[in-house]
Design a protein around this ligand. Sequence first.
Ligand SMILES: [Zn+2]
Length: 384
Amino acid sequence: MSIHSPPFSRRTPCFLFFIFLVFNVGAGRDGGSIVQIKIPGKSLRFANSSAFKIALFADLHFGENAWTDWGPLQDINSQAVMSTVLDREKPDFVIYLGDVITANNIPIQNASQYWDQAIAPTRERGIPWASVFGNHDDMPFVWPSEWFSGEGIPEIRCSPSNATLTYESTCYFKGTTRKELLEKEMQNDLSVTLEGPSFLWPGVSNYVLQISSSKDEEEPIAYLYFLDSGGGSYPEVISAAQSRWFQQESERLNPDGRVPEIIFWHIPSTAFKSVSPWFGIHKPCVGSINKEKVAPQEAEWGMMDVLTARKSAKAVFVGHNHGLDWCCPYKSLWLCFARHTGYGGYGNWARGARILELREDPFSLKSWIRMEDGAVHSRVTLAP
Ligand SMILES: [Zn+2]
């Protein structure tokens, strides 16, 4: 895909995408009937029989220490990481894997301004993307206590886009809700992010996208599932209701399990802890940094049982731990960390992005990590 390809909506049909919007109609207490609505012009599809490539941008943490000079500088550095990865890999699709912003550091009415900066490198290159929420995206502002001693409260740039407005009118400290962030992102033609069924609230980013065959736009080659693993405004969990939703959706869309399923959420489940290498990284795990303990969700409410019961579920990709980038097998699937992409967030490990490469006939899923300096490492085959 050319980095100067025309806007998404004006592409030739072979690049067009079809999103399968999972939409709840007349939902009863059990979730009700679920119908599938196709939105023409928005579906992921192999352009030809070659690879379909996805870049994962994890933990960008835009807006960190927004009131300082070095905070905005970090965001510029994060944009440079993404630009390097996009220009080297030329992916067909980008996934923002949560903690796009550090909302607890953003004293501003609408944190979408920082979200916009994070998606800019992808949008400018005409590449479609989707996102899931992390634990920092909708946090309320946390006042640094040191501001109340000695030096006092620094000058806060409450409105980067309109510096003439007063603090009173532009400085809000409640955080921007998941729903507000999502609605703003979905105004972009290139965003294929969807809002999940309302019965999964307060989880918001729960949806499925289909990648279709180059030969037949109706034929699914893979399903991409996105789940909201919580944090910020509610506990860090994937709920039992989300597990049931995944089970119902996967059985409905893919009853014979013929189509591979790839799953994305932000906070690792406790299963990641159980496969984590003790020291270094050794086979069958593949990766380059194992510098901290897995920080898992608060509880496990059945999602991993549902996944491991499906042979078609191939891999789960998470962010959250900035010092981990390994993939390890767990029962019938792979559990993989992305690579910390942003200069925001804790840790100074070199930045990069995990890349996924899908092939359609026969199906395969491979992955590697592309670093900011251009280096490539940690190649692994996740599904032949
Ligand atoms: Zn993070």
